[in-house]
Each structure stands twice: as C-alpha cells, then as structure tokens.
Design a protein around this ligand. Structure first.
Ligand SMILES: NC(=O)c1ccc[n+]([C@@H]2O[C@H](COP(=O)([O-])OP(=O)(O)OC[C@H]3O[C@@H](n4cnc5c(N)ncnc54)[C@H](OP(=O)(O)O)[C@@H]3O)[C@@H](O)[C@H]2O)c1
Length: 241
C-alpha cells in the first residue's frame, strides 16, 4: 500500500519503520521539511516528503502529531487526496501539552474533534499503545498473549483496512465501534497503555467511563507545559522519550 505519515516522532517514526519493513511504500513528513528526515529515510527506505505530499497517499494517511498542532495543518490538506484514502488518527489530548481544547473538555470524543478539524472522516488507532511497544511487541497471528489494539471509526471499509494493517504489524485488531464510541480508548481509560489481549481489550472497552479522569482535564491537570513531564503521565510515549 501507499501510506503517508504526517508526524515523524515516536509513533510516526515507529510506523515508518514497521510499515516500510512490511513492504509498504511509505512517505513521511514532519513540520520542518523533508531535508530533516534524511536519516529516517535512508534507514527505512521511506520517502521524506512535505506534509501535503504525504496527504496525497493513495491508500492510507496517518496523522500523528500533538493534538494542539492539528488546527495548524494546512486548511486544504486533503484537497488532492483520493476520497477512498483512509485517514488514521493516533492522537491523544493532553491538556498539559496541548492546552485547553474546549470541545474535547466538554465531551466531544478526541477523534471526532480531529475529524472535524481535518474535514475528513478518521479511523482511531494506535493511540493506546506505547510507541516502543508498537515497535517491538508485535507477534505472529495466533501467538499466545498477542497484544490487541482497538480500532474505532464509522466507515466499515476504512476500518477493515486499518484492522488488516494492525494485524500485519503483529497485533490483534478489535473493532471498538463508531467514532462517537471512541472515548472508550482515550487517555485514562482501562484499555489505555495496558497491552491487553483481545478479550482484555473488549472487557476494558466495555468497562470504560465517559468521565475524563481529573489528571486528563485542563482545569485539574496543572499549568500548561511545553514539554512532557519527565517519566510521567504524558502520552504513552513517556517511556520512549
Ligand atoms: N509517543 C507515544 O508512545 C504515543 C502513543 C500513542 C499515541 N500517541 C499520540 O500520537 C501523537 C503523536 O505522538 P508522538 O509521541 O509520536 O509525538 P512526537 O514524538 O512529539 O512527534 C511529533 C511529530 O509531529 C510532527 N509535527 C508536529 N506538528 C506538526 C505539523 N503542524 N505539521 C507536520 N508535522 C508536525 C513533529 O515534527 P517536527 O519535529 O518537525 O516538529 C514530529 O515529527 C500525539 O497525539 C500523541 O499523544 C503517542
């Protein structure tokens, strides 16, 4: 498949490595331009491109940047993207990092907000696993204790495409319902950063509470930060940073 990845950090870098190793054609972009991604490109064989070029991928575009930067992406980002291209959102809202996002604080699921900002439907995936685990803990189908990942979204075909990729990467995909149910896999929920198997993921999704835990709310999360707390509770990346 041709896969564009917008964001080349912990998750974007990991997906670039893994998708390239699986034989997909990967185009990867960051905010500073393709010239800053030469090392990642030569390591993986992926093509370093601009954000708009990555958005033109034929099959899948993964958006994997901090939530606060989503509104800074070009307004016409997907103007030249085929309607059939599947857009994946890996994002998590951390008020300490992202500042206050009113709609999310008042209950809009994070990925619904991302889809509204992007003007395209998204599939929510890869948000609940540490980047390092995504890189290293994939296993062949049928292996005992294979980690499962929830995948949420409204379009059946698009969700199937992402679920197949999850499986190729070495994880059991679990259909987590539509995007309006995707709060069940947000930060602070039972499925978040816990590496459950498929049965455990289904149970955790069912047990989730819609209430945002205080540490994930702007009013109670402490002052805005420009960098994640050291070894602390930022995105699942904490261990990878
Ligand atoms: N890290 C994890 O383990 C993990 C796990 C699951 C989900 N997540 C979530 O996934 C998202 C990405 O996390 P991450 O840890 O991979 O982030 P990260 O390591 O901080 O990397 C962010 C990447 O996004 C790029 N970026 C930022 N603003 C951009 C813009 N306006 N246009 C293009 N590229 C832009 C950055 O490029 P520059 O360096 O050029 O600015 C960088 O490559 C976040 O929402 C995070 O909460 C993270």
């Amino acid at each position: 498949m041709e896969i564009g990845i917008i964001g080349a950090g912990h998750i974007g870098g990991t997906l670039t490595r893994r998708f390239s190793a699986l034989g997909h054609q990967v185009m990867v972009a960051n905010s500073r331009g393709p010239q800053t991604l030469a090392d990642l490109a030569s390591e993986t064989g992926a093509k370093a491109v601009t954000v708009k070029e990555a958005a033109r991928a034929q099959d899948v575009v993964v958006v994997t940047i901090p939530e606060k930067n989503i509104p800074k992406l070009p307004r016409d980002l997907f103007a030249d993207t085929p309607a059939t291209t599947v857009i994946v959102d890996t994002g998590n809202y951390y008020p300490q990092r992202d500042g206050l996002i009113e709609e999310i604080e008042s209950g809009t699921p994070e990925s619904r907000w991302v889809a509204d900002q992007l003007g395209r439907p998204v599939i929510k995936a890869f948000n609940n696993i540490y980047a390092q685990h995504l890189l290293e803990r994939g296993k062949p189908k049928g292996s005992p204790d294979r980690i499962a990942l929830p995948v949420a979204g409204d379009d059946k075909r698009a969700k199937e495409v992402v679920m197949r990729l999850v499986d190729e990467l070495g994880f059991d995909p679990v259909d987590a319902g539509g995007l309006d149910e995707s709060w069940r896999q947000q930060p602070g929920t039972p499925v978040y950063a816990t590496d459950f198997d498929a049965e455990g993921v289904r149970r955790a999704l069912a047990q989730a509470s819609r209430e945002r835990p205080p540490q994930f709310r702007a009013a109670t999360a402490g002052p805005p930060r420009t960098s994640p707390p050291r070894g602390g509770s930022d995105s699942p990346s904490a261990s990878a940073r």
